[in-house]
Design a protein around this ligand. Structure first.
Ligand code: GLA
Length: 511
């Protein structure tokens, strides 16, 4: 995809956090201390409240109206891929409808005006985390020359093993996502998508069963159009329902639907139609839409209200490449358009600035820390595209930083924004978090030397009469006794960040 082509009271310090033993980068000029579900559509909560408003009904949350958790469907007829493990028994894809579900559907029916079409999977209340093949492994299909790195079941099983065995899964990195170039060049006689038989000899269902057996979820890639961007069979409008059923039958948990080789009109019809088709499968399948990226990413061409109802996440800018320039281009576009973008993100529906490239070749240590901090403040999906089999210790520590992940996964799901752009080329980003906490990122765009940036919380718009404490997300250092009017200094390395998890410890009386 080309850029602009037509075509996410008091909270105590977080002690498990950072692991880098770098010299502290904070100093003070005051005396501060440092130390299947139902086939009948279920109505999402947002819609239910609209429904209540429209009908005068009072809504209550019913547990039974929620779809079952993802990653549990997909009964298996074909032999599973096994690496010496017993596969768990998986529940049926389609569950019978309960009375509660029918009632919910009824309320939805009454509120059709307010709730005409919505994705009903209840997924991704916090930004998704996992691994996605594209940026690192592209369309490498030559398994003869490059068997370890080609797009094949082996690659995805390897990555599933790494996610399950190297501490990623427990931190939330659960998606193993296939991207382009997994298909055979032709559909089969019944018009069904099939994987390349040599690279995926046991089929996608067996691969999904394996991924599930490792306690993970599996994502797949399709393209609304005649071909995928890599030239494999696309999903034309008349094939949407069939492909959604195929993915559900295979036990897929997430679909990235790209938009190469389709017109504006086909995209406008196709993306919402896939939402309906996914709903109808009865399997909760998270839905990533590339639609806005093909329409320039901005209103009025892009209707973010609609997108928020029909997709769990969406790409709205060009593809990330393995370079710092690429990270900066994405960041700048997000900052320039933050008034639009911040408002449209929230639980269940996220902006996706594209994959994390930490652990590859294009970013320095400081730049890797910056991408992680900035993506976290943007409430972005944390989908790594790297080789988990050969990750440096420093890349792993950045990606596995527990406080960072806690911030990224904050339940309020408010996307952060740039709040200051200094003449000194320091940019300050802020993300509001639950329990009155905030994430602050001091980002240096300088190319000379570590910069001593002096500011105060008051200057960063902290107006509460409170005393704060901050934990440096990378060093783990605690800074306490921070009143809004106190000046403090952070030392930010070129193309690097200092990131704080900030929370009030004392709320002082007003006046
Ligand atoms: C587009 C998408 C990428 C990737 C490729 C695959 O460019 O934006 O993320 O999926 O297609 O061909």
């Amino acid at each position: 995809m080309k850029v602009g082509s037509s075509q996410q009271a008091h909270a105590g310090p977080y002690s498990e956090g950072a692991v880098f033993q770098q010299q502290t980068s904070t100093s003070f000029d005051s005396n501060l201390a440092t130390t299947s579900h139902c086939r009948v559509p279920a109505c999402p909560r947002r819609c239910l409240s609209n429904a209540a408003a429209a009908t005068g009904l009072v809504t209550r949350r019913s547990r039974r109206s929620r779809p079952p958790p993802a990653g549990k469907g997909g009964a298996g007829a074909e032999p599973p891929i096994s690496r010496g493990r017993r596969l768990p028994e998986l529940p049926r894809v389609f569950n019978p409808c309960s009375r509660a579900m029918k009632l919910v559907a009824c309320v939805c029916g009454l509120a059709l005006v307010a709730c005409a079409l919505a994705l009903e999977n209840g997924l991704m209340r916090t930004p998704p985390m996992g691994w996605l093949a594209w940026e690192r492994f592209r369309c490498n299909t030559d398994c003869k020359i490059d068997p370890q790195n080609c797009i094949s079941e082996r690659l995805f099983m390897d990555m599933a093993d790494r996610l399950a065995d190297d501490g990623w899964k427990e931190l939330g990195y659960v998606y193993v996502n296939i991207d382009d170039c997994w298909m055979a060049k032709q559909r089969d006689a019944s018009g069904q998508l099939v994987p390349d038989p040599e690279r995926f000899p046991r089929g996608i269902k067996a691969l999904a069963d394996y991924v599930h057996s490792r306690g993970l979820k599996m994502g797949i890639y399709g393209d609304l159009g005649t071909y995928t961007c890599g030239g494999y069979p696309g999903t034309t409008l008349d094939q949407i329902e069939q492909d959604a059923l195929t993915f559900a039958h295979w036990g897929v948990d997430m679909l990235k639907l790209d938009g190469c080789y389709s017109s504006e009109d086909e995209q406008a019809q196709g993306y919402p139609r896939m939402t309906k088709a996914l709903n109808m499968t009865g399997r909760p399948i998270a839905y990533s839409c590339s639609w806005p990226a093909y329409q320039g990413g901005l209103p009025p061409k892009v209707n973010y209200t609609l997108l928020g109802n029909i997709c769990n996440l969406w790409r709205n800018y060009g593809d990330i490449q393995d370079s710092w320039d690429s990270v900066l281009a994405i960041l700048d576009w997000y900052s320039e358009n933050q008034d639009v973008l911040q408002a449209v993100a929230g639980p269940g529906h996220w902006n996706d600035p594209d994959m994390l490239i930490i652990g590859n070749f294009g970013l320095s240590f400081e730049q890797s820390r910056s991408q992680m901090a900035l993506w976290t403040v943007l409430a972005a999906p944390l989908l790594m595209s790297n080789d988990l089999r050969m990750l440096s210790q420093s890349a792993k520590e950045i990606l596995q930083n527990k406080l960072m992940i806690k911030i990224n996964q904050d339940p309020l799901g408010i996307q952060g924004r740039m709040i200051l752009k200094e003449k000194s080329h320091i940019e300050v980003f802020l993300r509001p978090l639950s329990h009155s906490a905030s994430a602050l990122v001091f980002f240096s765009r300088r190319t000379d030397m570590p910069y001593r940036y002096t500011t105060s919380l008051a200057r960063l718009n902290f107006t509460e009469n409170a005393v704060y404490e901050a934990q440096d997300v990378y060093s783990g250092n605690i800074i306490s006794g921070l009143a809004p009017e106190h000046n403090f200094t952070v030392i930010v390395n070129p193309s690097g960040v200092v990131m704080w998890y900030l929370y009030p410890t004392i709320q002082l009386k007003k006046g």
